[in-house]
Write a protein that binds this ligand. Structure first.
Ligand code: C2E
Ligand code: MG
Ligand code: MG
Ligand code: MG
Length: 285
């Protein structure tokens, strides 16, 4: 009732806000239906080492909307997180990713690749998360070390001790962890060394101007040095130009992801890359 009254008052002063609220509740209803209809589809973005060899891929979800077409995650993941629809969406993403890996295994494809999946805070904090992941892996007969979970700094910082416990349970079975968008949060060395991480993923925002902005160059060099002293792998995301790749290689970063190599591609395109039927196709941008 209070809500209804609030809404009336808003409509009296601010029709634009009521519009926005209406769009949002329509989107939420659509998203709820999308979960039931399983309208999510996975794209794969190649991860490549300094020799140009495919070493893995990041799974990036898209919503295949019946009218709007492919909706990028930035347009529905935040709402999914607020409405806890992220729980079932995250489960569908993991399920699809695992059944793909199992399918590739059955064809003898990409068996040395690590597949990285993004995990949201709400999903990670679910007390059943660990058993969900382990059940999926065993149901599909997948070696847990094929899976890497991407967590953000803010997710971990929110509850460092709880995160360590959850990570350790999965880590004990072989699941890997990468810290996504690294450098955009408030990580300190003191807790970084307590986390059972395998990889730091340098945020695209630092890679963008790394060859022209001395501050970004220092940050990127520091992250690379930090990962080395912690014994972690380091991957640079958002690599778009050869100069960026050259800088990264010269400074000791040996795994890359970005439009220079390939944008995220649909399943059949990625499978064509796995069979070697097609090479990487850089994004024109
Ligand atoms: P992210 O995990 O940092 O993923 C990287 C984003 O950068 C992707 O955007 C990718 O398409 C984009 N990208 C890759 N290479 C380049 C490049 O060279 N240049 C530029 N400008 N961009 C590049 P996308 O697919 O729109 O995903 C956005 C974000 O949505 C992801 O950021 C991730 O945080 C989230 N997300 C995606 N899939 C999932 C999912 O299954 N679950 C959850 N919880 N979040 C997801
Ligand atoms: Mg990611
Ligand atoms: Mg990222
Ligand atoms: Mg990012």
């Amino acid at each position: 009732q209070a809500k209804a009254r609030g809404r009336n008052r808003l409509s009296f002063f601010e029709p634009a806000i009521q519009d926005a609220l209406m769009r949002r509740s329509r989107l939420e209803a659509d998203l709820r239906a999308a979960v039931t209809r399983e309208e999510f589809t996975l794209y794969y973005q190649p991860q490549v080492d300094h020799t140009g060899t495919l070493v893995g891929a990041e799974v990036l979800v898209r919503w295949n909307h019946p009218h709007a077409g492919l909706v990028p995650p930035g347009e529905f993941i935040p709402l999914a997180e607020e409405t806890s629809l992220i729980g079932p969406i995250g489960r569908q993403v993991l399920e699809q990713a695992c059944s793909r890996i199992a399918h590739w295994n059955s064809l003898g494809l990409g068996q040395s690749l690590t597949i990285a999946v993004n995990v949201s805070a709400v999903q990670f904090r679910d007390p059943t998360f660990v058993t969900q992941v382990l059940d999926l892996l065993s149901r599909h007969g997948i070696d847990p070390s094929r899976l890497k979970l991407e967590l953000t700094e803010s997710l971990i910082l929110d509850d460092v001790q709880g995160s360590i416990v959850t990570m350790n349970r999965l880590k004990a079975e072989g699941v890997g962890f990468s810290m996504d968008d690294f450098g955009t949060g408030y990580s300190s060395l003191s807790y970084l060394k307590r986390l059972p991480l395998d990889q730091l993923k340098i945020d695209r925002s630092f890679v963008e101007d790394v060859t022209t902005d001395p501050n970004d160059a220092v940050i990127v060099r520091t992250i690379i040095a930090m990962s080395r002293s912690l014994g972690l792998d380091v991957l640079a995301e958002g690599v778009e130009r050869p100069e960026q790749r050259a800088f990264l290689v010269a400074n000791g970063c040996q795994v890359f992801q970005g439009y220079l190599f390939s944008p995220p591609v649909d399943t059949s395109t990625f499978e064509a890359m796995l069979t070697g039927r097609i090479g990487f196709v850089p994004s024109r941008r």
